[in-house]
Write a protein that binds this ligand. Sequence first.
Ligand SMILES: [Zn+2]
Length: 187
Amino acid sequence: MEEKGKNCTKCKEYKTLDNYYFRKDYNKYRGDCKQCVSNTGKAYREANREKRKAQKRKYYLKNRERLIKETSQYKTNKRRTCRLSRTKYLVSKSLRRYITGGKSKRAKECIGCTWEELLIHLAGTFEANYGIPREYMKNFELHIDHIKPLASASSEEEIYELNHYTNLQYLMASDNLSKGSSSNWSI
Ligand SMILES: [Zn+2]
């Protein structure tokens, strides 16, 4: 009869085979169960946490400049190729630009929805504004436009309100520029 389970070599409990990792190299299940494997890993990591932290710190300091450059390049590339990253970046940037001194509220908190929902909302505004299905959005140079302009805000609180998703829409670059917008929000 086929083996359905076995006792773990560590915790000694009887468990069904789906509780064991299969080792392809030995063509059999491990002796210790998944839970015990995870516990062992966790215990090892805890014991080595300080050591790992020091190692990482040393590596970081040694490679600091290269790492900073790589991260920045990665982010720039991501923004270039991914609409979601670009949107996050642009909305956050608009906040940083208008809130000077002190720490501003996170853009994520201001928009009043998730970033993914914001993209869907914006696509909806494109359709509403131009009567063109969203599939064709990529053929146009679009800007994220604040319907009520940020420049009109008279308080920090108002700046946050103006970054609410309901105040954001897609405009074609040509329209946005003619609107006299000072921010160039290519999307
Ligand atoms: Zn076990």
